[in-house]
Design a protein around this ligand. Structure first.
Ligand code: GLA
Length: 390
């Protein structure tokens, strides 16, 4: 269960939803309704490693997206999002990205990818509810995709393996929504396990659940500055990583060690070196972090989280002054073992590993110090590590 610590709202309206023409209707299904839920995720270590064929440690959290609805008699898809206070509709065989209600594209995209993969679907109606803050870097988009796929799997009795489901959801985001994300978010939302981290090898496409130490908690702190992957920075970083691998003669940055990178430093432009160093360093931190988790060494794991953030700040430049302020506060606060930005960056949230006994005090101090230093309000969420989509 999440303890909602600050008095912040449960969702933030996406700017692009404002002013859109709303088709309002109440969803009515004559058949029995079913529900599917998919969690958000927190990236623990392994920032921007997924599309570099590397390693990630993440966890599903106890906040997410729920679809409730049933089959329709027609071929129409009718959606209502309580979070966005908006409705959208499309004929199942005429799906194309919706320029106004862009939130619906995550659903339409999944339907489209499932159909193109040969799955037989029909019209349906669904109400969508979410308690994930949007733009916090907690993968509200992937949660919506995975919740949709899980809902359709149940509704139409589809036989679909979990990894294939996660990959189709990523395909929807890549091809229908137009964001070139890696596999991390959809895998985390699908493969979460209560009290376990997820270790993903993005080249081998293998997923393992790793027990998480019991005396610590995850505190998510949303900086109040939204991030949007649809923005250009993510794709730009991706291209820079590919360029770095090419210059190093590697298939992907997964194949480069920090020793090799340092040996080649003089031959690379500084920016290319720093981008590569972030990803290569993150891959190494994930592997060390995995060992620390297996040993139950939360303190050593936390140190890697601080290192990870420093590398984001200096090398990858995907942090913001607000995220840096949150990590600076974390460093001062007794009982915080580690802290870093989580997800794509350029806004969003940090995740801190904190001693369970000190959780309430730490949350309150974060909120107060952040307000004093940045004049922004942050939202803090103490998270439990939760099961994946069901
Ligand atoms: C976003 C993307 C992921 C991953 C992270 C950064 O969450 O959707 O695929 O690249 O950023 O690690």
């Amino acid at each position: 269960m999440v303890r909602f610590v600050s008095a912040a709202p449960k969702h933030v309206k996406e700017d692009h939803s404002l002013g859109c023409a709303e088709v309002k209707f109440t969803l009515k299904t004559r058949v029995q309704k079913i529900s599917a839920h998919a969690p958000g995720r927190v990236e623990l270590l392994g920032n921007h490693t997924d599309y570099n064929e590397g390693f990630v440690l993440s966890a599903a959290i106890d906040r997410g997206v729920t679809l409730t609805g049933g089959r329709a008699e027609s071929n129409d898809i009718k959606l209502h999002s309580a979070t966005m206070d908006s409705s959208a509709q499309s004929e199942i065989n005429k799906l194309k990205p919706d320029k106004t209600d862009t939130w619906a594209n995550y659903v339409f995209g999944v339907v489209d990818c499932l159909q193109r993969d040969g799955y037989k679907l029909g019209g349906f109606e669904a109400d969508i509810e979410s308690d994930l803050p949007l733009g916090a870097g907690l993968s509200s988009s992937a949660a919506l995709e995975v919740a949709t796929a899980t809902f359709l799997k149940k509704l139409f009795g589809l036989k679909i393996e979990p990894l294939h489901l996660a990959k189709l959801c990523r395909k929807a985001e890549n091809e229908f929504v137009g964001v070139n994300c890696g596999l991390l978010d959809q895998v985390s939302s699908t493969f979460g396990k209560k009290n376990h981290a997820i270790f993903l090898d993005c080249r081998k496409e293998t997923v393992e659940n790793v027990p998480f130490p019991g005396n610590v908690e995850l505190l998510i702190t949303h900086s109040g500055v939204k991030h949007a992957l649809v923005g250009g920075e993510y794709n730009e970083r991706r291209e820079q990583c590919f360029e770095a691998a090419k210059r190093l003669g590697a298939v992907a940055l997964r194949d480069v060690t920090s020793k090799q990178l340092n040996a080649a430093r003089e031959t690379l432009p500084d920016l290319v070196y720093r981008r590569a160093m972030h990803v290569v360093g993150e891959n190494e931190r994930v592997q060390h972090g995995l060992e620390f988790l297996l040993r139950g060494d939360a303190k050593a794991f936390g140190d890697l989280m601080f290192e990870s953030h420093e590398s984001s700040r200096v090398n990858f430049e995907n942090s913001t002054p607000q995220l840096d302020a949150l990590v600076a506060i974390a460093r001062e606060e007794p009982g915080v073992l580690g802290s870093r930005l989580t997800g794509g960056g350029f806004g969003g949230a940090t995740v801190s590993l904190i001693e369970r006994d000190a959780a309430e005090r730490i949350s309150a101090n974060f909120a107060q110090k952040y307000r004093e230093r940045t004049k922004h309000e942050c939202q803090t969420y103490l998270c439990e590590i939760a099961d994946g989509a069901h």
